[in-house]
Design a protein around this ligand. Structure first.
Ligand SMILES: [Zn+2]
Length: 410
C-alpha cells in the first residue's frame, strides 16, 4: 500500500500555486517565465524523491524511476488558462509527486516504478496538448518546429525563444508503461450536485468545431428598405436559431453545443452588417453521433443558404478532438479504490472537458479520476475544491496505483 502524507501534499500544492498566484487564482500560461520557473521547481522536487527528472525539449517535466524497466505514468498539466484556477491540472501533477515520493519511501516493488509527468500547454496557449502529443510521437522534430502557433509564428520559434531549441524530447517507450493515470478537478457541477466525492471517468467527449460565414451587403441603416437588404447579421441570427432547434431535437442525454463567437462586420449601430461569422462547437462522447451531427449541420446550412438572399459558407474545422473511452481495467482499479475509501460516495461519469489522457489513451491503458469543483466553477480565479476532497482524491489515486503495481509484480 502507498500511504500519502496529506500535509505535504497540501503544502506542495500551495507552493506550486505561488508561481503566478493572483488573488485566489493563478496566471501561469504555458512557456511563460513563471511557468518555466515552476517546472524547474517541480523537477527539483521529483529529483528529491529519487526520480530522474528533467524538463524536455517541448517543456514537459518528465521524471522516471531509472532502475525500473516497467512503470506506471501518472500526472497532468501545470500550465493554466490566462486567468486560471489554482487546481485545474496542478492537482494531478502534485498527486503524481506525492504518490511517487510515498512509493519511494515505502520501498519499491522490484523492477516496477512510478514515472511522473507535467505536460506542456494542455490549455492550448500556443498548441493544444502540445506536450502529451509530443510524448505520444505525433510529430517528428522537423514537424514539431513547423507547427503553427495559435499566437502566430511557429512552435520552433517559441522553443528557441524559451531556450529549449536544442533540448531533446522524451518520447513514449511502449514496452515500459503499464498505463497512464490522471487526476483532475471535475470542472463541472455533477459531483457536488449529486453529493459524490470521487468521479471515475468512463469517457472523454469528442469535439466538433464549425465556422459559418455569411456574405451580405453592407449599407446605410436608415436609407436601406427592409425588403432590399442582404443583412448578414440577421441571417446569422436565424441560422443560430435554426441550428439550436435542430440540435435540441437530435441531442443525446449529455450532448452540449455552444455558439461561443458571433462577429458582425463592421459592427456599428447605423450599418446593416455586410459580413458575419458564427462559431459553433458540439461535444459528445459518441464519435458516430458527432459524425451524424456534422452531416446535419452541413445539410441545415445548405438548406438555409438555398432560401436566403445572403451567401453562406460552412467550414468544419479539421483539428477535431476524438471522443475516447477510458480503459476498463484502469476504471476498475479506480472504482475499487473509491469504493473501499468512500463506499457509495463515488460515481462513474464522462468528462465534458478535454484532457491529456485523451491523447495518451491511443497509446496505452489510460484512466482518470475527478474530485468535486465547488460550485462547478473552473477556468476562473474562483475555482476551488475542499481540502478534504483534495486529500481523498490523492488517497484514492494512491490506492489504485498501489493495486496496479502489485498486480504487475505478480
Ligand atoms: Zn486542466
Amino acid at each position: 500500500m502507498i500511504e500519502i502524507d496529506p500535509e505535504r501534499l497540501l503544502k506542495d500544492l500551495s507552493t506550486l500555486r505561488s508561481f503566478g498566484a493572483v488573488g485566489n487564482g493563478v496566471v501561469r500560461t504555458a512557456f511563460s517565465d513563471i511557468d518555466m520557473a515552476s517546472r524547474r521547481w517541480l523537477a527539483e522536487q521529483l529529483a528529491n524523491a529519487d526520480l530522474k527528472a528533467s524538463v524536455d525539449g517541448v517543456g514537459n517535466v518528465i521524471a522516471t524511476t531509472e532502475e525500473c524497466s516497467r512503470s506506471l505514468l501518472i500526472g497532468s498539466h501545470s500550465d493554466t488558462q490566462p486567468t486560471g484556477g489554482w487546481l485545474d491540472g496542478a492537482l494531478g501533477v502534485i498527486y503524481g509527486l506525492e504518490i511517487a515520493r510515498s512509493y519511494t519511501e515505502a520501498g519499491r516493488l522490484p523492477g516496477i516504478g512510478i514515472d511522473v509527468v507535467s505536460w506542456m500547454d494542455e490549455e492550448g496557449t500556443y498548441f493544444s496538448s502540445l506536450g502529451s502529443r509530443s510524448f505520444c510521437g505525433e510529430f517528428t522534430d522537423a514537424e514539431l518546429f513547423e507547427l503553427p502557433s495559435v499566437q502566430g509564428g511557429s512552435i520552433g520559434d517559441l522553443l528557441q525563444r524559451v531556450g529549449l531549441g536544442e533540448t531533446s524530447r522524451s518520447i513514449l517507450d511502449h514496452d515500459r508503461y503499464l498505463g497512464y493515470l490522471e487526476a483532475h478537478i471535475e470542472q463541472g457541477p455533477f459531483l457536488e450536485k449529486t453529493g459524490h466525492r470521487i468521479g471515475v471517468v468512463t469517457s472523454i467527449v469528442g469535439v466538433r468545431d464549425f465556422v459559418i460565414r455569411f456574405h451580405g451587403s453592407q449599407n446605410h441603416a436608415g436609407t436601406t428598405p427592409m425588403n432590399l437588404r442582404r443583412d448578414a447579421g440577421m441571417a446569422a441570427v436565424r441560422t443560430i436559431h435554426g441550428l439550436d432547434r435542430m440540435l435540441a431535437a437530435t441531442a443525446r442525454d449529455k450532448t452540449v453545443w455552444t455558439f461561443g463567437e458571433i462577429r458582425l462586420h463592421p459592427g456599428a449601430a447605423s450599418i446593416v452588417p455586410g459580413e458575419a461569422q458564427v462559431h459553433l462547437q458540439v461535444r459528445d462522447s459518441d464519435e458516430g453521433f458527432l459524425d451524424l451531427v456534422t452531416r446535419q449541420v452541413e445539410a441545415h446550412v445548405e438548406d438555409f443558404g438555398r432560401s436566403s438572399e445572403v451567401g453562406l459558407e460552412l467550414e468544419s474545422l479539421q483539428d477535431a478532438v476524438r471522443a475516447v473511452e477510458m480503459d476498463d481495467r484502469m476504471q476498475g482499479y479506480c472504482a475499487h479504490a473509491a469504493e473501499v475509501l468512500v463506499p457509495g460516495e463515488w460515481m462513474r461519469m464522462q468528462s465534458g472537458a478535454a484532457h491529456d489522457a485523451q491523447i495518451l489513451a491511443s497509446k496505452m491503458a489510460s484512466g482518470m479520476i475527478f474530485v468535486p469543483s465547488i460550485g462547478g466553477v473552473s477556468h476562473d480565479f474562483n475555482e476551488d475544491t475542499g481540502a478534504d476532497d483534495i486529500v481523498l482524491g490523492c488517497q484514492v489515486m494512491a490506492a489504485a496505483v498501489g493495486a496496479i503495481l502489485q498486480d504487475a509484480a505478480k
